[in-house]
Design a protein around this ligand. Structure first.
Ligand SMILES: Nc1ncnc2c1ncn2[C@@H]1O[C@H](COP(=O)(O)OP(=O)(O)OP(=O)(O)O)[C@@H](O)[C@H]1O
Ligand SMILES: [Mg+2]
Length: 277
């Protein structure tokens, strides 16, 4: 199909072999819908938590899927990330302590792009909101909506790095070019340090040639920016949120949970939790 000739090489730095800096903000982004952004945000966060790290997850998607997948109803919350971004409410007021700390979303967030669009500093609202809590967490993971609108731009502006979940199929791979172009613009205008931390192949089915070819194409084009961890296709990931749970709590010993522990290990690259007083 010649994808290798249509995808430009991304300006992504290689992962360092010296471990990771803690207190870092990671956005999970891909403008394509249904590629496992939310599933990855929650389960990676819980995998970090299992290892003793303090983790905040920010649900920046008006769909509120992450908020729901921790058993909360985004339709009945009083304050949410909307109020944080648009009204300057302190983020602490919307953080709920569940499997990890979650700054919750609500349907109101759908109006945030419009409300922010007329404001000075509209791209930096999230970065500003996170300042008071950054020192308290080892990791802050941001789940973003399936678009490259102002909410995702806020996430990419606040982030040190981006993890890009990609479904193992040809059409999903093409969207990476658009994401890379957006990141280039963000680097030029808003956040010079943001880099792709890794591309995560999701919904992988090793029995199909198509899945295996998609991985080959990814590696051909993005080299070692592609994580070694592959997230296999299994219904466990859809079952867990129905129980208001991560897959690590829903089926702790299963391979679905293990895959996200493996990803956490790959992202951590040997880093240990901080000593707490
Ligand atoms: N590895 C997997 N195997 C099978 N199903 C999966 C896997 N990962 C996620 N799913 C399911 O696929 C659907 C989409 O996943 P998810 O909601 O995480 O994607 P998303 O990228 O956040 O979607 P959106 O763009 O709408 O926010 C969900 O029903 C989820 O349970
Ligand atoms: Mg989602």
């Amino acid at each position: 199909m010649g994808l290798s000739t249509t995808l430009p090489r991304p300006r992504a730095r290689k992962r360092s072999s010296q471990g990771v800096t803690l207190g870092q903000v990671i956005a999970l982004a891909n403008q394509k819908g249904g590629v496992a952004k939310t599933t990855t945000t929650l389960n990676l966060a819980v995998a970090f938590r299992e290892q003793g790290f303090d983790v905040l997850v920010v649900d920046l998607d008006p769909q509120g899927n992450l908020t729901m997948s921790q058993g909360m109803d985004p339709d009945s919350v009083e304050v949410s990330m909307f109020d944080v971004l648009v009204r300057g409410v302190p983020i602490d007021e919307v953080i709920r302590r569940v499997e990890v700390d979650v700054a919750i979303s609500s349907i109101d967030l759908a109006g945030a792009e419009l409300a922010l669009s007329g404001m000075i500093g509209r791209e930096r609202a999230l970065q500003k909101a996170l300042l008071p809590v950054r020192g308290r967490y080892d990791f802050i993971l941001i789940d973003t909506p399936p678009s490259l609108g102002l909410l995702t731009i806020n996430a990419l502006t606040a982030a040190d790095s981006v993890i890009v979940p990609v479904q193992c199929e040809y059409l999903s791979l093409r969207g990476l070019v658009q994401l890379e172009n957006t990141l280039a613009m963000i680097r030029e205008n808003l956040n010079p340090v943001v880099e792709i931390r890794g591309i995560l192949p999701t919904m992988y089915d090793g029995r199909t040639l198509h899945s295996r070819e998609a991985i080959e194409m990814l590696k051909e084009n993005f080299g070692d920016v592609v994580f070694e961890t592959r997230i296999k296709k299994t219904v466990r990931y859809a079952e867990a949120p129905v129980q208001g749970s991560s897959v690590l709590r829903y089926d702790p010993k299963g391979p679905a949970a293990e895959a996200y522990r493996q990803l956490a290990k790959e992202v951590l690259n040997g880093a240990q939790p901080r000593e707490h007083a």
